[in-house]
Every structure is written in C-alpha cells, then in structure tokens.
Design a protein around this ligand. Structure first.
Ligand code: ADP
Ligand code: MG
Length: 439
C-alpha cells in the first residue's frame, strides 16, 4: 500500500503528508489511519482519499474504505513545541544519527505548516522543486517579498526537508547580518580559512535578507566567492530579500547577475481566504478552540502580513482568557481595538447562542436542541430574548434558528420580560450578557 502511494505522488508530498501517518486498525470494514491534527485530517479527506482507496483496490479489496483519525496529542507535541535552542531537531521518524551539526532551523517552519494560496504558490512550488532536486532545479532560488510573508518559513522548510531526507547533507541557514558578523570576526581573529570552510562545504546554503548586502563591499566580495564555490559544485543556494535583485541598490553587478541566474519568485500579501486558512491552522496547532467567525473577523482586520495576523490572534486569545469570556466577534473586535480601526460589530444569532450557553455551562447545540428540562429551557429563552433585542432578526427567523415556530419565540420573550420584573439576579445576568455581546 505504501509503495502504491509512493509511486503515485511526489517525494515531497509523500514525505510531508504520509511519513507521519500511522495505521490504527480496521473498524467496520474501514482502514483507519491516524493523522497528526484535524488540519491534516481535512487535507487527507480532500486530497488523498481516492488515492488510498485505489491503493487498497490494488491489493484486492473490492469495496475499499478509509477513514482518518487524529492521533492523540502526545504523539503530536513534537511538531509545535519550541525545543530548547541546542536540542536536536525533533522528528516524528526515528532520525538516523547525523554526523553533521543540526542546522539552526525553526522546527515550526516546515512545509506541512505552510498554507499555500495564490499569493505564494509559485514561491512554494519553487521551494518544493528545489527541495526535491537540490542544485538541479533552480539555482539560486531567489525569493522576495515584504516582511512577514513567509520567506524565512519557506527557506527553513527546504532545510528541514533536506536534513530529513538526506541525513548526511549539510545545511546552513544564515541571515545576511550574521554572515557579515562572522566575516568581520574571522578577519579580526585571523580565521578566514575556517570561515570559508564553513560556508563553502555545505550542500544547501540559505541566506536570509540578502538586501542587507547593499553597501557592504567586503562582504559582497566574500559572498561572491562563496556563491561561486557552491554554484560550481552544484550546491543549492536559496536567497531571500525584501525586493528583487535589480532593486537592491549598491549591489555589485556581478552579484546581481548571479542572483538572476536561477529563478526569481515573489510572495505577495495573502488574500482573505488564505489568511483565514492560516489562522485556522494556527489555532489547531496551538489547540485553541476558536470559532470560525471569530477567525474570519481577525482575518478581515489584519490584512498586510502574516506575523501581524498571528499576533492579532494571540491577542484575542489572551484577551478572552484574561477576561474569562468565550470567544465572540465582539470580544475579538475589542481585543484588537487598540491596534486597528474598530469595526462596526454586528451581533449574530450564533454569538448570542454561544455566549448564553457558555454562561450556563452548556454546549451551544444543546440550546438549539429539543431538551425540555428547566436547566436548558431558561437559558434557551434568554438566548431568544437577547437575539430579539440585539439583532434585527424577525420572530420567524429566530424560530427557525432554534427549529421552532415564532409563537414559541414570542412566548419565550414574554416569559423573560415577566421574570425580569421580579428576579434581580436575572436582570444582572442579562445585563452582563448584553455587555459581553455588544462589546
Ligand atoms: P518573512 O521572512 O517573509 O518576513 P516569516 O517567514 O518570518 O516572514 O513569516 C512570518 C510568520 O508568518 C511566521 O510565523 C510564519 O510561520 C508565518 N507564515 C508566513 N507564511 C505562512 C504561510 N503561508 N502559512 C502559514 N504560516 C505562514
Ligand atoms: Mg524573514
């Protein structure tokens, strides 16, 4: 089965998606595969279901069925946890002991965590191609784009891929600033031979933010020789910059032309759908259960760059947990109001449902269900009352949201109105809910 899958997809895909998969067993005639998270689960359903069924068919199954299950957290902690700086890079597979030093790569920056959208699909495809055939596909690969759009992430992803796939290969990731500092130190300490050896003996050299070479003649000179040495030996070079080579001022012509030898590709700002997908993946990886409509609101607010987008989500999460309130669009708007222009926030029925349910320690769907116990009926009536109060929905619309008719809603509202006259605690509760909801 593995062989079949492997034959039908690229190495990178196989490595990214299938390597971490575990066969869990067979349940009701279906093969159950364990995947790392619900993002992967969705991805498998969408992209690989048919392939897997075909694979089973190739083994003689007449009615093949495959289902996916998220593996328990313990088996997944390796992926997102930031290890201590010197720790060996975690891997889900038993990594062969590598004789080369582990490169300085962020374990979070892997292909699997990189959301592909129209803004970055060319850069992503190029990075994959380079990862698959280093030194052969495009050399150098030059990725440019504004800050916070994923250049460093993609470079590290190629680095991870190389070190996992080809354990003997040396990968060196360096910012242009550290390259410059290393050079300065090497000159000062009379260690140029070591410096050259370090940068010229690698199989993959990743140099980040190469625009900082501008105006540094000695560094440019040294980098020129490093580049040539690697290039001539068919070693892969990936460079990133905030602008294309021709726009880097005071860059020597011979370097500029070398940067243009391979492939130049850019990353643009992500569009709305990609921003939502990135937030969703982030929430899942951090195991934060944040509703889609709240993520959508954040994605609408923060448009320019992904680092800010992630920061905004963490701010909303912190705000909600510090104030001990459930996630809602109002809470998100409030959390972000210091940073961004406030949005005109429209309360929606599901916001009310969620907030009221949380107040009473119930699941939102319980309130829409058919339960007739007092513990459910009272909050349900309060939710109906607040929806009528805070939104412009009609009685029949509210009714159908709760799968009931409008007279039930009418009854609920008058019941709550009556109780408000005689129940001070209810008044307080409703005031508080109203405050939470209207931000
Ligand atoms: P750059 O190097 O272009 O300034 P980074 O690579 O540092 O940007 O990315 C900034 C943050 O955004 C990182 O946390 C990175 O993981 C995240 N990020 C960028 N692009 C994506 C993407 N396509 N999918 C998921 N996360 C992304
Ligand atoms: Mg960067």
């Amino acid at each position: 089965m593995q062989a079949y899958v492997r034959k039908n997809i690229s190495e990178v895909e196989y490595h990214t998606w299938f390597a971490p998969v575990r066969a869990i067993g067979v349940e009701q005639g279906a093969l159950v595969l364990g995947v790392r998270n619900s993002f992967a689960q969705e991805w498998f359903r969408k992209h690989y279901l048919e392939l897997l069924e075909d694979a089973l068919r190739s083994l003689g199954a007449s009615n093949p069925q495959v289902s996916f299950q998220v593996l328990p957290a313990a088996q997944d902690t390796l992926m997102m946890a930031e290890p201590p700086p010197a720790a060996p890079r975690p891997s889900l597979r038993a990594a062969p002991v590598s004789p080369v030093p582990a490169p300085n790569l962020n374990p979070k920056y892997i292909f699997e965590n990189f959301v592909v959208g129209p803004n970055n699909n060319l850069a992503h495809a190029a990075a994959l191609a380079v990862a698959e055939s280093p030194g052969k596909a495009y050399n150098p690969l030059f990725i440019y784009g504004d800050v916070g759009l994923g250049k460093t992430h993609l470079m590290h992803a190629v680095g991870h891929y190389m070190t996992e796939r080809f354990p003997g290969k040396r990968v060196e990731y360096v910012s242009t600033e550290s390259f410059t500092n290393d050079l300065i130190n090497a000159i000062r300490d009379d260690k140029m031979a070591q410096f050259r050896n370090r940068y010229r003996s690698v199989d993959l050299l990743l140099v980040d933010d190469i625009q900082f070479l501008a105006g540094k003649e000695r560094t440019q000179e040294e980098f020129f020789h490093t580049f040539n040495a690697l290039y001539e030996n068919h070693k892969q070079i990936i460079l990133s910059s905030d602008r294309p080579p021709r726009e880097i001022q005071t860059l020597e012509g011979r370097l500029r032309s070398r940067f243009e030898w391979g492939l130049i590709t850019d990353i643009q700002s992500p569009e709305y759908e990609t921003r939502v997908a990135i937030l969703k993946m982030n929430a899942e990886h951090n195991r934060i259960d944040i509703p889609q409509d709240v993520l959508e609101l954040i994605a609408r607010q923060v448009t320019a760059n992904i680092r800010e987008l992630e920061g905004a989500m963490m701010r909303v999460v912190a705000f909600a947990s510090l104030n001990n309130v459930p996630f809602s669009r109002a809470v998100a708007a409030k959390a972000l109001s210091h940073v961004f222009t406030p949005l005109e926030i429209k309360v929606e029925m599901k916001d009310v449902l969620r907030t009221v349910a949380a107040r009473y320690g119930l699941g939102a769907e319980v309130l829409r269900g058919s339960g007739r116990m007092r513990e459910v009926v009272v909050p349900r009536q309060i939710a109906m009352y607040l929806i009528r109060d805070l939104t412009s929905h009609s009685l029949p619309e509210i009714g159908s949201f709760f799968d009931r008719d409008h007279s039930t809603v009418m009854h609920a509202i008058s019941k709550v109105t009556d109780n408000l006259q005689k129940d001070a605690e209810l008044t307080l509760t409703i005031d508080e809910l109203r405050r939470q909801l209207s931000g």
